[in-house]
Design a protein around this ligand. Structure first.
Ligand code: MLT
Length: 323
């Protein structure tokens, strides 16, 4: 008798999970962006979220939960219900570097389920206009000539802009004094205002200010120039050969989220990435679309694990851990 009741219970549970997945979504979906509004992650997610709404048939709300280089926002997603209604945006910083920088209360691989790889951002080396340098070699010479390290804006220890800053220090021998913000949106405002000296920023964040001439761009960390900033040389052209870095990004959900729901979120994101207007808006910011054959949840999972293998030893060797 007990066995029959248990079997009936399990069947009911399976039925309700399937029913839930089938009806998903039946209310707004929240995408947690772990950095400030107005920054590169936020801008990308608001453009994609608007289009995902059409595929999901429900509103997609962007919520900025900031702090500790995005690790607080990721924690919010880890501890959310595994029902597909809380989705987390992340990137190399939040879903790789932070695992080597912070003693996180969660596991970046086993406590989250990958959903889809999103566009990536080449980085750009930018400075306030008051810096007396017109080229990358001039900038590096100026940075080395400083009696005290120049200030570099970041979104916190472990963030994309911090990891890029560390890589720039390693590649040039300059020393930087990092100034943490809750995102590179507010850091950029301070750069324009001349409060900080440089940022190794995501191109999509700085591109409009570079175009407006309110800050100076020296080089993009990619092997080819950005079509959106054709006058900015690559690091290879600008005298820092081999210094390449693009910041990839993705979406994750809490562990235990039903596969059918992940599939629906994945499909909605792919729809958005395939939309001509969305692509135009993202490419206009200098963002690069993910490869079409890398859009499965499994592909993001495999890529994240490979990046952890690659970056953790580098970050640990740089002794940037935060207790
Ligand atoms: C942001 O959106 O502010 C950035 O992604 C932060 C960073 O990691 O540099």
């Amino acid at each position: 008798m007990r066995k029959i009741i248990l079997a009936a219970l399990l069947m009911t549970l399976a039925f309700s999970a399937d029913a839930l997945a089938e009806k998903f979504p039946s209310r707004p979906v929240t995408i947690v962006v772990p950095f400030s509004a107005g920054g590169p992650s936020d801008a990308m997610m608001r453009i994609l979220g608007e289009r995902m709404k059409a595929s999901l048939g429900e509103a997609v709300l962007v919520e900025n939960t900031t702090g500790a280089a995005g690790s607080i926002g990721v924690g919010r997603v880890v501890h959310a219900a595994a029902d597909g209604y809380t989705v987390g945006f992340g990137h190399l910083g939040t879903h790789v570097a932070n695992g080597a920088v912070y003693k996180l209360s969660y596991d970046l691989v086993t406590d989250l389920e990958p959903v889809v790889l999103l566009p990536s951002n080449p980085m750009i080396i930018v400075s306030k206009n008051a810096v007396p340098a017109k080229s990358l070699p001039d900038l590096i010479a100026w940075l080395k000539s400083r009696p005290v390290p120049a200030t570099a804006g970041t979104a916190g220890a472990g963030s994309g802009s911090h990891i890029a800053g560390l890589a720039f220090e390693n590649a040039t021998g300059v020393k930087l004094q990092y100034v943490p913000y809750r995102g590179t949106g507010p850091a950029l405002n301070d750069l324009v205002a001349g409060q900080i000296d440089i940022i190794v920023d995501q191109l999509s964040n700085s591109i409009n200010q570079v175009r407006a001439g309110t800050i100076r761009g020296y080089a993009v960390t990619d092997t080819k120039r950005s079509e959106q900033a054709p006058d900015i040389p690559t690091t290879d052209e600008a005298g820092l050969p081999g210094f390449h870095m693009t910041l990839w990004s993705g979406l994750w959900v809490p562990k235990g989220t039903p596969k059918e729901i992940i599939a629906k979120l994945n499909a909605a994101a792919i729809d958005a990435l395939g939309d001509r207007e969305v692509r135009k808006a993202l490419e206009n910011l200098g963002l690069q679309m993910p490869p079409a054959n890398q859009l499965t949840p499994e592909a993001l999972g495999a890529w994240q694990r490979a990046e952890i293998e690659k970056w953790w030893p580098i970050i640990r060797a740089a002794h940037v851990s935060v207790d």
